[in-house]
Design a protein around this ligand. Structure first.
Ligand SMILES: Nc1ncnc2c1ncn2[C@@H]1O[C@H](COP(=O)(O)OP(=O)(O)OP(=O)(O)O)[C@@H](O)[C@H]1O
Ligand SMILES: [Mg+2]
Length: 368
């Protein structure tokens, strides 16, 4: 592990990093070799190893910014959760998970690589991946498990969602926005505190500390449905997948055909240096919250419903992202802007331009 992570040089600063996250450089060859396996690195073990995607296909992956951001998000959150778990094994699940629950959205048009990115992340980190697909007909049994009759007896099945909630891993909720919006709320107490899923309608089941909920869905396409905004509010980091530029497409085609990849060098590795939050970070996260809300409530756009979707949860998550080693502006995009992108792509683009881009980032951070 020593050569994977850039341990801070100065004596004493190690503790500071340790508490907030671990500096890490994700390198292509090392990912292919499995050096970022969380069992190996942090002694995080999962029950159902058969659900961990085989690393074989990583040779043919173009590592995109979203993949790196997603990798780092899971890496840093799980690192901090594991640390709390070791320090306080009898702590409640709320104390252990704290603000590090990973509830994320992968959104974008069909074929932009959402499902693929998730598989890559699970393969690199060695995390089981389970998938549940939704439609307009889906009932809450998709979350709570199903019963069937076998040999005259009722048998209960721990389907993908309850199993992941109990045993850990990543659960991909494919097209969950197709589900009727009121039914989405059946998951609302499970993904955030108190983290309880009422499996089979009676078994209160606590969220596993190393579990990840991911909504994957299309937006801006016909058939894309509005979300239950209270549900959406519980998923505070959103990765928007866009159609690739021509060079990336060509490099992906090379890799898919098994030809020497012409991947741009800069996409072969990515470094993250977590840091301690400063007073400025806290102030800026609240300023961004106020500015976004004011913009949405203002006469110019008057989108009060969307304004309600934005809350302190986004501020918290923006701070978590900054702590993970992301620039404050990128952190604001991943949380505030992209949450709105789940509802309306154009509105999100406007907020980015009119609120985030014009915010005096440099001025606010220059004294540090
Ligand atoms: N980063 C990548 N490197 C190499 N190939 C990729 C990458 N991302 C996507 N692909 C290729 O593109 C295909 C389509 O991607 P994927 O199935 O993940 O799209 P999606 O966004 O989940 O689409 P849908 O909304 O239809 O489910 C993948 O099967 C894979 O072959
Ligand atoms: Mg998909």
């Amino acid at each position: 592990m020593d050569n994977l992570v850039n341990m801070p040089v100065a004596a004493g600063s190690k503790a500071v990093h340790d508490q907030y996250g671990l500096p890490v450089v994700f390198e292509r060859q090392k990912m292919i070799k499995g050096e970022y396996d969380l069992g190996k690195l942090f002694r995080i073990e999962f029950k159902d190893k058969a659900s961990i995607p085989d690393r074989g296909f990583l040779e043919n992956v173009t590592f995109t910014k979203n993949i790196y951001l997603g990798l780092n998000k899971l890496f840093q959150s799980f690192y901090r959760i594991k640390k709390r778990l070791d320090e306080n094994p009898d702590g409640s699940i709320e104390e252990i998970i704290a603000s590090d629950y990973v509830n994320i959205n992968f959104i974008g048009e069909p074929g932009t690589g959402k499902s693929f990115a998730l598989k890559v992340i699970c393969a690199v980190l060695g995390i089981p991946l389970r998938i549940e697909a939704f439609s307009g007909e889906s009932g809450t049994d998709k979350f709570l498990g199903v019963s069937s009759i076998a040999h005259g007896e009722i048998q209960f099945h721990w389907t993908a969602v309850p199993r992941t909630h109990r045993d850990g891993g990543v659960i991909a909720l494919e097209e969950i926005n197709q589900m009727k919006t009121d039914r989405q709320m059946a998951l609302s107490q499970a993904v955030v505190p108190p983290f309880i899923l009422e499996v089979d309608n009676y078994m209160d089941t606590y969220r596993h500390p190393f579990s990840v909920y991911v909504n994957l869905f299309n937006i801006g396409t016909e058939g894309s449905k509005p979300f239950n905004e209270a549900y959406l509010n519980r998923f505070s980091t959103t990765f928007v997948f866009r159609k690739d530029d021509r060079d990336t497409i060509i490099s992906k085609l090379h890799q898919r055909m098994g030809y020497p990849a012409s991947t741009p060098k800069e996409s072969d590795s990515c470094a993250f240096t977590p840091r301690m939050l400063t007073d400025t970070d806290f102030e800026v996260s609240v300023d961004i919250l106020e500015n976004v809300k004011n913009y949405l409530n203002g006469d110019m756009v008057a989108r009060n419903d969307e304004a309600k979707t934005i809350s302190e949860r986004q501020s918290v998550n923006m701070l978590v992202e900054i702590q993970n080693g992301i620039s404050p502006k990128d952190a604001a995009v991943l949380t505030f802007v992209n949450t709105l992108a789940c509802i309306d792509l154009e509105l999100a683009a406007e907020v980015q331009e009119e609120v985030i881009d014009i915010f005096p980032w440099e001025y606010r951070y220059k004294s540090e």
